[in-house]
Ligand binder design. Structure first.
Ligand code: ADP
Ligand code: MG
Length: 383
């Protein structure tokens, strides 16, 4: 299935570590190009496992599961950043793996991630690594008010405490279990934006249009694309994302999240070594989706165009919407520009990502109007 240039042709098996919705959308994109997809995931009814051509139901470090995946597949990718580095290393000894364990290890650790971003000449919030209560005693007063974040395993606002002063930071460090943290200065955010970037093994790299992200209760709520920032800010964000993947020699799809501060100052917040929720709009609005791009990179194919064809607003559908039963999808789809994506999760829990709707418009205002109308119809909290 592989020619001399190392291209995995359609028909080949592509492997995926992780069974969530990002994996499901990867599998669907790869399958529509003719690939076969094997998913390694311990869960039963996982969103990706149910659409995969083969679901290897095993733990990520299960030697037998990993060996079967390595024997079956010519290339393996991931859909979540906390995949054990040892699993990637094992697989890399047998087949093509992207992203590489080292890049994933940097993105898994906020302290390493921030240091790396700065080493690329790109700004982050002022921060301090906190490994010990004494680090807080010695922290500069300029870091307060701040946010204490665990270096590892945080997501959707979990593993963070807002701290007004040194005393609260000490208490916060205790509350977080004295695990390694970063203490970050709290910044005045004008907007949050993100850039999806893809880089192939040959160094070819490309960025997508900048998404503007609104969060609710620490979880992404809407992505508005193109972001309402100046062309200069958008250009700098895309340049920074390129510098990061080139610096990491990254192979795959990655998301960089930024804060836009007063005066159009731009700082990197964090990155995710995989496709990202804020890039879901690419499925319906761009020539090549972030998931097709992930498959292309893994297969060693040329990257596809990232051009955006229509303005888009992506609305996340969380489990909260199911509190009085299945939402009225016919009503959502009565908006001709609304594209519904559901992840096939059986149980709707509050805060759980169940699906998303991408609203397309001839203009961004039109897409926003559709998003607002369907949010009201679905009974979203008014904000
Ligand atoms: P997560 O891994 O949970 O996404 P983030 O570091 O992105 O963690 O933080 C979650 C949210 O908290 C951000 O999207 C932003 O709204 C807010 N936030 C994080 N860091 C800062 C900061 N330094 N200043 C102001 N707000 C912040
Ligand atoms: Mg974040």
């Amino acid at each position: 299935m592989s020619d001399r240039a190392g291209v995995l042709l359609p028909g080949a098996w592509l492997g995926l570590l992780g069974g969530g919705q990002l994996g499901r959308m990867f599998a669907m994109a790869a399958q529509s190009m003719g690939y076969r997809v094997a998913v390694l995931d311990p869960g039963g009814d996982s969103p990706a496992g149910t659409v995969a051509d083969r679901h290897l139901r095993a733990d990520y470090l299960d030697p037998e599961g990993l060996r079967t995946l390595a024997d079956l597949c010519h290339g393996v990718t991931t859909e979540f950043e906390n995949v054990p580095a040892r699993a990637l290393e094992f697989l890399a000894a047998h087949c093509r793996v992207s992203p590489a364990a080292e890049a994933v290890a940097i993105a898994q650790d906020r302290a390493r991630e921030k240091a790396f971003v700065r080493s690329c000449g790109i700004a982050t919030a002022p921060y301090l690594e906190v490994n010990d209560a004494r680090d807080i005693d010695n922290a500069s007063a300029a870091l307060f008010p701040g946010i204490l974040k665990t270096s590892r395993l945080g997501y959707d606002g979990k593993g963070q405490v807002r701290v007004a002063d040194r005393a609260e930071a000490r208490a916060g460090f205790e509350k977080l279990g004295r695990v390694p943290c970063v203490l970050e200065k709290r910044l005045p955010l004008e907007r949050e934006v993100s850039v999806i970037v893809a880089r192939g093994a040959n160094g070819e790299a490309t960025t997508y249009p900048v998404a503007e992200n609104e969060h609710a209760h620490g979880i992404l709520d809407m992505s508005i694309v193109p972001a309402r920032v100046s062309p200069a800010v958008a250009g700098r964000a895309r340049e920074a994302a390129l510098a990061i993947v080139q610096g990491l020699r990254y192979v795959g799809v990655l998301c960089v999240e930024f804060f836009v501060l007063p005066g159009d100052e731009l700082v990197v917040n964090e990155m995710a070594p995989r496709p990202h929720n804020s890039g879901h709009y690419t499925i319906d609005a761009c020539v090549t989706s972030q998931f097709e791009q992930q498959a292309r990179v893994l297969a060693g194919l040329p990257l596809g165009s990232t051009e955006q064809l229509r303005p888009a607003v992506m609305v996340n559908l969380l489990g909260d919407l199911w509190k009085s039963g299945e939402p009225d999808w016919a009503r959502v789809l009565a908006h001709p520009g609304a594209k519904l994506h559901l992840y096939g999760k059986k149980e709707a829990r509050p805060g759980r990502k169940m699906g998303h709707v991408t609203c397309l418009g001839a203009t961004l205002d039109e897409a926003l109007a559709t998003a607002r109308a369907l949010r009201t119809e679905l009974g979203f909290e008014t904000r």
